[in-house]
Design a protein. Structure first.
Length: 321
């Protein structure tokens, strides 16, 4: 019998690769040798309190500031020697919408087309972006009449002129109402589905939790944690399995099996500490089965990114804004 060759899953190439990045202003070290990698076609979120070095990191990666040490590759180009090629491959959307309020939405986009001079970019690009961002009806109205959500959409649309491979989003939903924020989330997910890489900084940890494939927490110039949102949350004590029982007798019997559990007699709920892993969850359910006990419902509850942020930086998210 012919032996089958193993299936090899291709690894994603790096859109951004950073090693030992350092930056100081005078005697103040802002970035103290940080390392991270952003696979192409993913969302990477950088979190940290004010003064942690987030903006400095973005400024270095987007060629606006020179690093003092380390190596950086963006879109396959070395930052030290390929700044022009990097600028051609990226788009940047800042915290505040950079639209000209005296111009219409269409005119703002056309201005970006004229400035980009990218091949294949023209009036058709403007029409396509207006449609994609649901701005057709307001295309010929001054941007000064746009709502905050519409301005952010127009700003992001302007960033897409030239089809950047990588987009840096600096707090893209700050000041938006919940509905507009979720609209922006949908647009960001669509961009990633099209193969774009997103580098996101945000003060909304729910946003990072909802969008990011990987999160890095920066504090005092150092990366104190990296991983998926789920991995980071599992590092913080407080993960537990919530078991709902149908009768008080079953709750009593289950509580005797887990000495470290806490109970809510009124709601018939038992909370059993867990590391959130599949193995420990299976062991817990096997223990219940061994004693012929079954729960009406069970779910795993983990700390959220606010808990992670506080544990790693010593700051609440409100203090970090």
């Amino acid at each position: 019998m012919t032996e089958r060759a193993p299936i090899v899953v291709p690894m994603r190439s790096s859109a951004i690769a950073v090693s030992g990045l350092r930056k100081a202003f005078g005697d103040k070290t802002v970035l103290d040798g940080i390392d991270f990698d952003v696979p192409a076609g993913t969302i990477f979120s950088l979190l940290g309190p004010n003064g942690a070095g987030k903006t400095t990191t973005v400024n270095v990666l987007t060629t606006l500031m020179k690093a003092d040490g380390g190596t950086v590759r963006v879109a396959g180009h070395d930052l030290a020697t390929g700044a022009k090629a990097i600028r051609a491959a990226i788009g940047v959307t800042g915290q505040f919408a950079a639209v000209d309020e005296l111009l219409t939405g269409r005119e703002n986009l056309q201005l970006m087309v004229d400035l980009s001079r990218a091949p294949g970019v023209g009036e058709a690009t403007v029409a396509e972006l207006l449609k994609r961002f649901d701005l057709v009806d307001s295309a010929d109205k001054p941007a000064s009449t746009y709502s905050g959500g519409m301005r952010r959409k127009l700003d992001l649309a302007m960033t897409l002129v030239g089809n950047p491979q990588i987009i840096f989003l600096d707090e893209p939903t700050t000041g938006l109402d919940p509905r507009s924020r979720r609209t922006m989330w949908s647009i960001i997910r669509e961009l990633v589905a099209d193969g774009v890489t997103i580098f996101l900084t945000t003060q909304y940890l729910e946003e990072a939790d909802q969008l990011a494939d990987r999160v890095a927490v920066l504090d005092q110039g150092r990366l104190v944690a990296q991983g998926t949102p789920a991995e980071l949350k599992r590092q913080i004590p407080g993960t537990h399995v919530r078991l709902l029982f149908g009768t008080a007798a079953r709750l009593d019997a289950a509580a005797r099996l887990f000495a470290d559990a806490t109970r809510d007699d009124e709601a018939l709920i038992l909370r059993v500490p867990s590391d959130g892993g599949t193995t420990s969850l299976r062991a817990l359910l096997d223990r219940l089965d061994e004693y012929a006990l079954s729960a009406e419902e069970f779910s795993v509850h983990t700390p959220d990114l606010d808990d992670v942020f506080l544990a790693l930086t010593g700051h609440t998210t409100e203090a970090a804004k």
